[in-house]
Ligand binder design. Structure first.
Ligand SMILES: Nc1nc2c(c(=O)[nH]1)N[C@H]1C(S)=C(S)[C@@H](COP(=O)(O)OP(=O)(O)OC[C@H]3O[C@@H](n4cnc5c(N)ncnc54)[C@H](O)[C@@H]3O)O[C@H]1N2
Ligand code: MOO
Length: 455
């Protein structure tokens, strides 16, 4: 099959050709905090019950039920305090009839005790009225002895957390496929796991190109603009779950760009470039990516979609990047290939800021999520009522207009126009409104497909 340079790719053909080349990264064992945002590849079972022992949920007194049955503030149960039980206590006093042990939240229930009287239900050992707090042991150790007056009956098991009431030993704590967030990492720590087996977060290197680009914070020179794409794309890669490295803007010089990309290969699972992919005289990404070296004589001459090279294709030492026209707006020019000794996937996005961002959402994000091994690689797609009309949409191209989605109302409202330079509107949008290839307008009140850009 020859590779047709004039072929127009549909959005799904381009996406399929990218995802078809990617397999999830190999699992590794990571320390808990290093595993944040990663996908678990093992079922984790609970080795010991949680809580591991019966313990108090209140600061108070561990008592026997029969001793407090008739207790009131006027006629309190007067109990002998036989000791203190602090959280972490190993040796426990036995609570016999007519006795109580002062106990702290989380401390093990001592033998003989059946329930907890919170300190507020007692005189706190002072001989006075209801207590609001305990005296600190460091300043007044006498509270661990003497007498306590309990003002209310304590029921069996009251304020006692049962062993295994959270999770029993042998139960599933987390299933393979779970993405580890803060609460999941907390659970792993609670059951004593120091490390877990996960797929690592993909490392994404973002390179923007363009001699017109300046760093935010610098004073803007005539004819120049700030590099916003490398910031937006790096942030988007992080939000998708990647470890992302932003490489400052590279000037439109083939050698500089090629050297920069070659240098970055060592730390990249995916390389994303912005700009330089259309038909201008300074569109250097195409030119540079036709000759990325892998340091070997082995020249790969397969196209990114697996077909053989044909007229107009450029074989590249160490890989091949295919530049394509897509039937979409924004995002018509796109490049995809695999380069360098490890055949690192490279996605070349168009430079217009909205085009780059939309392309990231549609192609790079699913690629990152595939390498992560995430269960869902795509954004949520819903249907909603389009509140205002869309006057024009290019025939034969699937349009992705920015919008604001109202989930409760089931509506979506276009934000800004279709221009690929409208970054303010992009920043105020939370959804993409999809206008199919065949439609050239959308009536107000029509039912449309919406890609929800949340999280
Ligand atoms: N004669 C034609 N011209 C263009 C075509 C075409 O088919 N025929 N396609 C247009 C479309 S669609 C797009 S999208 C752009 C893509 O252009 P490039 O990928 O080559 O991007 P550049 O030319 O480098 O830049 C385009 C635009 O975006 C600005 N830009 C670039 N990088 C950044 C950045 N990092 N931060 C902020 N802004 C950036 C750049 O200044 C330009 O304004 O080509 C059309 N042209
Ligand atoms: O198709 Mo380009 O990506 O609009 O502006």
């Amino acid at each position: 099959m020859s590779h047709d340079v004039d072929r127009v790719w549909s959005v799904s053909e381009h996406l399929d050709s990218i995802l078809g080349q990617l397999t999830p990264l190999e699992p590794i064992e990571l320390q808990l905090l290093d595993a944040q945002g990663c996908v678990l590849v093992e079922d984790v079972t609970v080795p010991v019950a949680l809580p591991p022992f019966e313990n108090s949920s209140m600061d108070g007194y561990a008592v026997r039920v029969a001793d407090t049955e008739a207790a009131t503030e006027e006629h309190p149960a007067v109990l002998e305090v036989v000791g203190d039980v602090a959280a972490g206590s190993g040796e426990l006093p036995t609570v016999g009839p007519g006795q109580a042990a002062r106990i702290m939240t989380g401390a093990p229930l001592p033998p003989g005790a059946e329930g907890i009287a919170p300190v507020e239900w007692t005189d706190g050992g002072t001989g006075g009225g209801p207590a609001t707090t305990m005296a600190a042991h460091s300043t007044d150790p006498s509270g661990a002895a003497g007498e306590v007056r309990v003002h209310r009956p304590v029921r069996q098991g009251e304020f006692v957390r049962e062993r295994g009431s959270d999770v029993a030993a042998g139960e599933l704590a987390l299933a393979a496929g779970t993405i580890l967030g803060p609460a999941q990492i907390g659970l792993l720590a609670a059951i004593g796991r120091g490390t877990v087996k996960v797929r690592p977060r993909p490392r994404v290197v973002v390179v923007s190109t363009g001699s017109e680009l300046m760093q935010p914070g610098e004073e803007l020179a005539a004819g120049r603009i700030y590099d916003s794409n490398s910031f937006a794309l790096t942030a988007a890669a992080r939000a998708a779950g990647a470890i992302a490295y932003r490489v400052g803007a590279v000037a439109d010089e083939v050698e500089t760009l090629r050297a920069t990309i070659e240098d970055q290969l060592i730390r990249a699972d995916i390389i994303v470039t912005s700009g330089g992919v259309s038909v201008g005289a300074y569109d250097v990404v195409k030119e540079a990516l036709s000759s990325i070296s892998d340091g070997s004589e082995d020249v790969a001459v397969n196209t990114a979609d697996g077909s053989d090279l044909g007229q107009g294709d450029t074989p590249a030492p160490g890989g091949f990047v295919d530049f394509r026209k897509l039937a979409m707006q924004p995002g018509k020019p796109q490049g995809f290939g695999r380069i360098g000794p490890d055949r690192t996937p490279l996605l070349a996005l168009p430079g217009n800021p909205v085009s780059a961002y939309v392309s990231f959402e549609l192609f790079v994000r699913p690629a990152i999520r595939t390498l992560m091994g995430a269960g869902s690689v795509h954004r949520e797609v819903v249907r909603a009522t389009c509140v205002t009309a869309i006057e024009r949409s290019p025939e034969g191209r699937r349009q992705f207009l920015r919008g604001h989605y109202n989930r409760a109302a089931g509506t979506v409202t276009p934000v800004g126009g279709s221009g690929s330079h409208l970054v303010r509107a992009l920043a105020h949008a939370d959804a993409l409104i999809v206008v199919p290839e065949a439609d050239t307008s959308v009536a107000a009140g029509a039912n449309v497909e919406v890609v929800v850009l949340e999280g």
